[in-house]
Design a protein around this ligand. Structure first.
Ligand code: CMC
Length: 378
């Protein structure tokens, strides 16, 4: 094979063959296993969508009930994990707490036959079930409270919101939260999924796969952008400040958070759905002035950057939705991880099915035959 051109960020270079999801960035189209995201957002649930992604087809009634049941009864975390989390510094970021806790699961469930369907099913159920419990537990423990036990009477999303607040959530808020999880569940070969697949290719355990993906998701150019969007809206403060803020960013060549995407050159379809969800929440629970700022930003950025294909991405409106539900800003990215664990696990399974360890090459641009200089002469 000839030496190929180096492309920073591996732009345009296929890293895998995959049948899990598809994006057409010119048309603003996203499909999971061939089903459009709009269909899933309006008709599915997160657990059904997770099943679709991980096992490749929509479950029938019995399969869905069995999966929901298994997840419901594996939500509790071990006392020793909880005790470990208790010793985390309360000032630490919840993404770091989640990465450490996901990795710690691997201490309890050691690697066995990665091709055994029972092992795979157990690992999938355990990760999908316990990640929300770990996020909620850290949130309560860092405030000095004991974590709340999962409520077996509540479905997946309602239970997560309950574990954060110890109050049964509003049904509209639970449904909207569930749709947010569907929207964030999978998105082709992004940085954290690539990270998951590289880790999976070494045949390590799925807890290490998820832990490495969580670490990758946290950065501000990836999942961490949703947190930065809210900080940006607060900094802008009012609609009048939007234009000077954007002009300032463009002058400094600073990125405007929540805008732009490697693949989408039109508005991200998930941003459109999230905007609608935000409006539903505002109609029921009251308006949010930051939404007016966001709308003005979208207008000004389109005016200035549409020629570069820069439009709102998934992270632009999600924070407004979570904020209206009273969720703290630094939990936005862990919530992204709760959803994306479905996609990572689907890619873990797909990678194992036809595995070859990742071992790319590099373009060396350093020295050769360099002299070793003794320390006293340096
Ligand atoms: N604000 C201003 N200009 C931008 C932005 C932005 N948000 N995004 C891209 N551009 C410009 C960039 O300056 C460059 O212009 P030029 O060609 O004149 O130098 C051009 O568009 C291409 O940008 P790039 O950085 O080469 O594009 P990329 O594909 O490497 O980066 C991105 C994609 C998402 C990292 C980038 O758009 C970005 O940093 N956005 C802000 C952070 C963000 O919202 N991240 C969430 C991404 S979506 C969800 C997720 O992955 O978690």
């Amino acid at each position: 094979m000839s030496v190929c051109e180096f492309r920073p960020g591996l732009e345009g270079i296929p890293a895998a063959q995959s049948s899990i999801s598809f994006v057409d960035g010119q048309k603003g189209l996203l499909e999971y296993r061939g089903i459009r995201i709009e269909e899933l957002a309006s008709k599915s649930t997160f657990l059904e969508t997770a099943y679709l992604l991980i096992w490749g087809q929509l479950p029938d009634f019995e399969e869905l009930k069995a999966f929901e049941h298994e997840v419901r009864y594996h939500r509790r975390i071990k006392y020793r994990i909880r005790d470990m989390m208790k010793s985390f510094p309360e000032s630490g970021h919840p993404m770091d707490a989640l990465q450490a806790s996901a990795a710690a699961l691997g201490l309890f469930y050691s690697r066995r036959d990665l091709h055994n369907p029972v092992y795979i099913r157990d690992a999938v159920v355990r990760l999908v079930a316990t990640i929300p419990t770990m996020v909620a537990a850290f949130q309560l423990m860092r405030k000095g409270n004991d974590p709340i036990r999962p409520n077996d009477g509540l479905d997946y999303s309602a239970n997560f919101l309950y574990m954060l607040s110890e109050e049964e959530p509003d049904p509209l808020a639970s449904r909207i939260f569930d749709v947010c999880l569907i929207l964030h569940a999978e998105h082709t070969m992004n940085a954290s999924t690539f990270s998951a697949r590289v880790t999976a290719s070494t045949l390590t355990d799925p807890y290490a796969v998820v832990a490495s993906a969580v670490g990758t998701l946290g950065g501000p150019l990836h999942g961490g952008a949703n947190e930065e969007v809210i900080q940006m809206l607060e900094e802008i403060g009012c609609v009048e400040n939007v234009r000077p803020y954007i002009e300032g960013c463009l002058e400094r060549k600073a990125k405007i958070m929540g805008f732009g995407h490697r693949v989408y050159k039109v508005k991200d379809p998930r941003a459109t759905i999230l905007q609608d969800l935000a409006e539903q929440l505002f109609a029921k629970f009251g308006h949010d002035k930051y939404y007016d700022i966001a709308l003005e930003m979208e207008k000004v950025v389109e005016e200035k950057l549409a020629n570069k294909g820069i439009y709102p991405n998934v992270d632009f409106y999600s924070g407004l939705v979570y904020g209206k539900m009273g969720i703290p800003t630094d939990l936005f990215t862990p919530i992204f991880a709760i959803a994306r664990v479905a996609g990572w696990l689907a890619h873990w399974k797909e990678q194992l099915a036809e595995n070859r360890i990742f071992r790319p090459t590099q373009v060396y641009n350093g020295l050769h035959e360099a002299a070793y200089i003794p320390i006293e002469q340096r």
